[in-house]
Design a protein around this ligand. Structure first.
Ligand SMILES: CC(C)(COP(=O)(O)OP(=O)(O)OC[C@H]1O[C@@H](n2cnc3c(N)ncnc32)[C@H](O)[C@@H]1OP(=O)(O)O)[C@@H](O)C(=O)NCCC(=O)NCCS
Length: 265
């Protein structure tokens, strides 16, 4: 996912650990750490509670990160006990600094785009779609972990990082008839463009329209917010998601993004 108001926006998350030179404290693997160097800063965010991976995120105000900042993020993650540091979705230009620091490609992502007005999203009465407040965040993180698995699922801190990636955000849950949460999605808007930031349906509820319904609810939110164009990215190997987006009218874009990873042995 890409780079907008912040690098998380296209579904990407660039996490960085910021070691503060003046105020030192003992960072744990449960903290988000901000690493600052001059005007640049990045955050290192734990992926989820059960994993030893963290993600580096940077902000729009930060141009391409310096080699030194990325090295400090790596050092910080390693010293906190993380065994892996990942980036969010990066374009070619942004990858250089990480590749120089020894990161390798973890996954490749297809960018898809659509005109909001042209998407085909039939209503699905099986689920109820509602905006979710912060009281729902723990349940959303649980659903995320269930949908993406331990290796890629977001915990609360990552979820909050996604929510803060764009100036405008909608978080929508899909609820079954008993009020159980079956899935959720995060949509963002920045500079007139809409983004599908996260889309997750728990395995037990799949293939019954919850995913396309969530997409439809997000598109309705975008239409109400005068958003004309919407972007999403997903792994080249994620056939369910690619089918879902293509079937509803998204078109493949030539850009391929990558997430990178560094093992912190
Ligand atoms: C992708 C995901 C959100 C789809 O949710 P869902 O509720 O199962 O999707 P729907 O039932 O609305 O399916 C809509 C269409 O998507 C496609 N699709 C969904 N699951 C599929 C699968 N396992 N294989 C192939 N196509 C699939 C189909 O075109 C389907 O239409 P159809 O059932 O009429 O053939 C869900 O599989 C998921 O959470 N996956 C893990 C997380 C993830 O990859 N999120 C997207 C990241 S961008």
């Amino acid at each position: 996912m890409g780079v907008i108001a912040r690098r998380l926006a296209l579904g990407c998350s660039v996490f960085v650990v910021i070691r503060q030179s003046l105020k030192r404290r003992a960072w744990s693997t449960r903290d988000v750490e901000t690493v600052r160097m001059g005007r640049q800063h990045a955050q290192v965010v734990p992926l989820n509670g059960g994993s030893l991976a963290a993600v580096v995120t940077s902000h729009a105000s930060t141009a391409l990160l310096s080699d030194e900042l990325v090295e400090r993020c790596v050092d910080s993650a390693r010293s906190r006990g993380f065994v892996e540091l990942r980036t969010g979705a990066l374009g070619l230009l942004e990858q250089g600094v990480y590749l120089r620091a020894g990161f390798e490609t973890r996954s490749e992502l297809r960018v898809l785009a659509a005109d909001v007005g042209q998407l085909r999203l039939p209503a699905n009465g099986r689920w109820e779609y509602r905006e979710c407040g912060s009281d729902m965040h723990p349940a959303l993180a649980e659903a995320d972990l269930s949908a993406f698995g331990e290796d890629a699922g977001f915990g609360l801190l990552m979820l909050r990082e996604v929510l803060s990636a764009t100036p405008q955000t909608a978080v929508i849950g899909a609820f079954d008839r008993n009020g159980g949460l079956s899935g959720y999605a995060v949509f963002g808007k920045s500079r007139g463009i809409g983004y599908v930031q996260r889309l997750a349906v728990i395995p037990a509820a799949r293939r019954r329209g919850a995913g396309s319904g969530l997409l439809g609810a997000g598109v309705a939110w975008m239409r109400g917010n005068a958003t004309k164009r919407v972007l999403v990215n997903t792994e080249l190997t994620n056939t369910p998601a690619l089918n879902l987006y293509r079937d509803t009218g998204f078109e493949d874009q030539p850009t391929v993004l990558s997430t990178l990873t560094s093992r912190l042995g």
